[in-house]
Ligand binder design. Structure first.
Ligand SMILES: N[C@@H](CCC(=O)N[C@@H](CS)C(=O)NCC(=O)O)C(=O)O
Length: 311
């Protein structure tokens, strides 16, 4: 991954692997919250901005939550170009669905990090939650942005949906933990493995967990209780990319999601919600993975299919 080191952009390798060839994801840099009690970041109308890629499963979580929580009028969005090349994400607008940088008018995403601090050392990732008032980055960890959207803006925009209800928090946490390493991060561990051993380990762990989830979903369309929670959102953004990208590009090819009876029914059920379907952009998803990772796909051919993966 490219990095900013003391304000300088360095185009490092795309994936960081340990000495066993296993992919290691780095920690997110910005971890602030938004709250009435916070000295700086208070909930306010139209104060915060979200930088996303439609391709990215982590950013996708935040786009879904923003819609479910009726925050579209209060949290503005910029969508980067799907190709992540030598200068990481950019605000090029020659691809349908891109918006350019709506706030700072930068050309590259790393310039948003530099705007916060010209001497910063960090990796450069989406999503970013940016404060237009202080011109600072609040948070760039999707799981935390999801929680901020769920609970910090209650007075500004009401929504009946609670993605992390008190009575189910421990079950939601358990599913989040069960899913994060082998599935959300797992597909990357399979795809970015640089040894056969690391690939096989991540592959088995991924499909063992998918088997368990398929079993759990036998009689329900929700991981926890009988309504949508953040655990579902976190699983769905990986499932939505699976058959089109992870199955081929990342060699996660024991089974497609469409071959899992319950997981596929669950995916199709949730895809009927406009908050899920309108935030899912397969053109950005395919272009990003197949075009950006030339160490996996050197000719950068972007497949035309699958034609209707969610039907
Ligand atoms: N922990 C972060 C991970 C975000 C992340 O890795 N985003 C990817 C896109 S899918 C990215 O921007 N990668 C750029 C890079 O690693 O250089 C989160 O969940 O928000």
């Amino acid at each position: 991954m490219g990095h900013l080191r003391q304000g300088e952009w360095h185009n490092d390798e795309v994936a960081t692997n340990d000495d066993k060839g296993q992919f290691k994801r780095e920690e997110s840099t910005f971890r602030e919250i938004i709250s009435e009690e916070h000295t700086e970041f208070k909930p306010e109308k139209d104060r915060y901005h979200l930088y996303v890629s439609y391709a990215c499963p982590w950013a996708h979580r935040t786009l879904i939550a923003r819609q479910l929580k009726n925050l579209e009028d209060h949290i503005s969005v910029s969508v980067v170009h799907p190709e992540m090349l030598e200068e990481s994400w950019t605000f090029r607008t020659d691809f349908e669905g891109t918006t350019g940088d709506q706030v700072l008018k930068k050309d590259k995403l790393y310039e948003v990090y530099l705007h916060h601090n010209p001497e910063i050392t960090t990796k450069v990732t989406v999503p970013i939650l940016f404060d237009k008032k202080t011109q600072k980055i609040v948070n760039n960890e999707s799981s935390e942005i999801l929680r901020i959207f769920n609970s910090s803006f209650e007075k500004i925009s009401s929504s009946d949906i609670n993605l992390y209800p008190k009575e189910y928090q421990s079950s939601i946490d358990e599913f989040n933990e069960m899913i994060y390493e082998p599935v959300n991060n797992g597909v990357y561990k399979v795809g970015f493995a640089t040894t056969q051993e690391a690939y096989e380990k991540a592959f088995h762990s991924l499909f063992n967990t998918l088997d368990k989830l398929d079993d759990h979903l036998k009689e329900t369309n929700f991981l926890v209780s009988d309504s949508l929670t953040e655990a579902d959102i976190r699983l769905l953004t990986t499932l939505l990319r699976f058959d089109a990208v992870y199955y081929t590009h990342f060699k996660c090819n024991k089974k497609k999601i469409s071959e899992y009876k319950n997981l596929f029914r669950y995916l199709k059920f949730h895809y009927q919600r406009k908050e899920i379907s309108s935030t899912t952009n397969l053109e950005h998803i395919k272009r990003h993975y197949f075009y950006s990772h030339d160490f996996i796909n050197p000719n950068r051919i972007v497949p035309l299919g699958p034609m209707n993966p969610f039907i």
